[in-house]
Design a protein around this ligand. Sequence first.
Ligand code: AMP
Ligand code: TRP
Length: 325
Amino acid sequence: MRVFSGVRPTGKLHIGNYLGAIRQWLELQEKEDCIFCIVDLHAITTPFHPKELQKNIFETAISYLSSGLNPEKCVFFVQSRVKEHTELSWILGTICPIGELKRMTQFKEKTKKHKKYVNAGLLNYPLLMAADILLYQADIVPVGSDQVQHVELTRELARRFNQKFGNTFRVPKILLPKIGAKIMSLQNPRKKMSKTDTEKGYIGIFDTPKEIEKKVMAAVTDPGKKIVYNPQRKPGISNLLVIYSLFSGKEIKELEKEFRGKGYAVFKKSLISLLITTLEPLRKKRKELLQREVYVREILNKGAKKAQKIATSTMEKVKQNMGLS
Ligand code: AMP
Ligand code: TRP
């Protein structure tokens, strides 16, 4: 099975990314034919600093490699290095009604958030994402729940293209993590944990033990004392339980039993030590990779070369079927 997923190179990665996306990638690279992409062309649809873009791409590469992504087991590369992404994106735009793009939740949210930055690229964002996926004939697309709508549009575009121009693309399936598809902000547990949140709202995968402790202790909890999973009534504690469960591999039910009658402080302290032990090796690996820039660049170069081969072959088929060549 071919697997494709992408990540935007915007700022630091947090445990939401780790539990919602990276962890799944790590499992998949062990058994499937995986292609993972740093989507820099998506990143420029929202405000960015040209001077920082390269740094962020490099940081993102290091984040994934530190987390355990293994370049021997998967293809790892930067989107803009393979020009076929933008080429196919243009083509897909010609079979996609504007209405379907305008109704995308992410488009609506981002135009609200960046009122002075409402550009056509933001509207066309899902087309580029569809191109990413279809270019590599992916069978499976592992993402967080916020990306479901985009993958559904991708499936629709693949079917439409195949119908209009003959069988060209595989129709990909979405793969969602079982629980933890949406880790919530520590400061507002009804909102998704996000890079654009306040520092205290998220735990970065490279946060120091001190930072982890401070942020977990300051995490918003709920009235009452019981450690029980109830996302409606107790969104704060439920979110912390999900995080605990995913990092420890213990069922939430088990945790409720373990912490029965113990109160929030004990639970938080235990979560802090769990997070520190799990994340410490990642911080060490990052330090090491920061010293080996040439090695990291080489990984991305090799990845781009492998990706290019597949992209070229799909585009040949696309152009032939459309009468463009
Ligand atoms: P982003 O950080 O928005 O570029 O997302 C990168 C990947 O992490 C995507 O697959 C997202 O769906 C996933 N992701 C982002 N934030 C969260 C979150 N709070 N909980 C779970 N998954 C997330
Ligand atoms: N839009 C995705 C996000 O915001 C990133 C992404 C771009 C992606 N292209 C992709 C994810 C292709 C999966 C497959 O997280």
